[in-house]
Design a protein around this ligand. Structure first.
Ligand SMILES: Cc1cc2nc3c(=O)[nH]c(=O)nc-3n(C[C@H](O)[C@H](O)[C@H](O)COP(=O)(O)OP(=O)(O)OC[C@H]3O[C@@H](n4cnc5c(N)ncnc54)[C@H](O)[C@@H]3O)c2cc1C
Length: 292
């Protein structure tokens, strides 16, 4: 391995001052589960890594009284999974974490790294986007807020500047809405998905007032499915309307091929699994959201 500098700042301000807006070989490192793989594979050669793990207070997790969830960027996925009250406030996050990789990775991987890496196969980004989560981005001169939905610019790309860091993630209360994430894996259950579909539904019984529908893994970044949302808005979640939503989703989505499946296979998955995600959120069909 080519030698590089390792900086260990104690504050967010110091960490940002060590970044270099013009040099892509200077990078923050959090859990290192993604970055170290890139280094081992020889696709990334750093000149300086800024280890974030000693940044004071950056791993805090707060589930507030109103059920807003605030996560410091360095909070690990394992710590989030073990957060008291998470299962009641955000069952969809608790369920998603259970099949995200394995406990060894979750104990090290951080929420900031999970979002900043922008791998379209990640499970949490579509869930957080559908939940309306926002990230606080800190730079040399100011902070800004970016909706998770708008964080991703493309395949492994975010809108973050090289001298900016994700500082916090905030998830608004789910309230009476219901949510589900369905992950389609072609090998083991905790494998990388061939498709991920996250839905958050505001409904009275089966009558949908609003649906937020995001697809990932089949697309180059987590993507809102607007035509599927329009098909569901104001509709009863019966089999005819769910089929219509699946057809709308498959027509609008631009899928990509990868080792988990071809583009046409993934389009078929979208057609079927948008309906399953809605059924799962509304407690219709079986536990996987298959029609009863
Ligand atoms: C064996 C294995 C299996 C996996 N399976 C799954 C899976 O099934 N589902 C899934 O969703 N994920 C899976 N993952 C991916 C895992 O979730 C990510 O690797 C992890 O979330 C990245 O977080 P990290 O803290 O380790 O990031 P790092 O590796 O430290 O960093 C990743 C990227 O984010 C940048 N970065 C880190 N923190 C910040 C910050 N605060 N601000 C700005 N940029 C930052 C780094 O510079 C780097 O570019 C798997 C990983 C492994 C190793």
């Amino acid at each position: 391995m080519i030698p590089f500098e390792l900086a260990e700042p104690r504050s967010l301000k110091e960490a940002i001052s060590l970044l270099d807006g013009a040099d892509e070989t200077v990078r923050p490192i959090a859990g290192g589960t993604a970055l170290m793989l890139m280094m081992k594979a020889g696709v990334f050669h750093p000149t300086r890594l800024i280890a974030l793990r000693y940044v004071a207070g950056a791993n805090a997790i707060e589930l507030a009284g109103d059920k807003t969830l605030r996560l410091g960027a360095l909070a690990t996925l394992g710590a989030l999974e073990r957060t008291k009250g998470l299962r009641d406030a955000f069952p969809v996050i608790a369920q998603t974490l259970r099949t995200l990789s394995n406990v060894r990775v979750r104990n090290v991987a951080t929420i900031g790294g999970n979002l900043a890496h922008a791998d379209p196969h990640m499970d949490l980004p579509p869930v957080l986007a559908a939940l309306g989560a926002q990230v606080t981005v800190a730079g040399p001169n100011c902070e800004r807020t970016v909706a998770v939905e708008n964080l991703f610019a493309g395949y492994y790309e975010t809108v973050l500047a090289r001298n900016e860091l994700i500082a916090q993630v905030s998830v608004p209360p789910l309230g009476s809405k219901r949510a589900a994430y369905v992950k389609v894996t072609t090998r083991s259950a905790d494998d990388w998905p061939a498709l991920g579909v996250a839905v958050v539904i505001d409904a009275e019984g089966r009558n949908v007032r609003r649906a937020d529908v995001f697809v990932s893994a089949a697309t180059e970044k987590p993507t809102r499915l607007k035509a599927a949302e329009a098909a569901l808005r104001g509709a009863e979640a019966d089999e005819t309307n769910l089929k219509r939503a699946g057809e709308a989703a498959a027509s609008e989505v631009e899928t990509m091929a990868d080792p988990q499946g071809s583009a046409s296979y993934k389009k078929e998955l979208v057609r079927v699994f948008v309906a399953r995600a809605v059924r799962k959120a509304l407690g219709l069909g079986d536990a996987q959201g298959r029609a009863g």
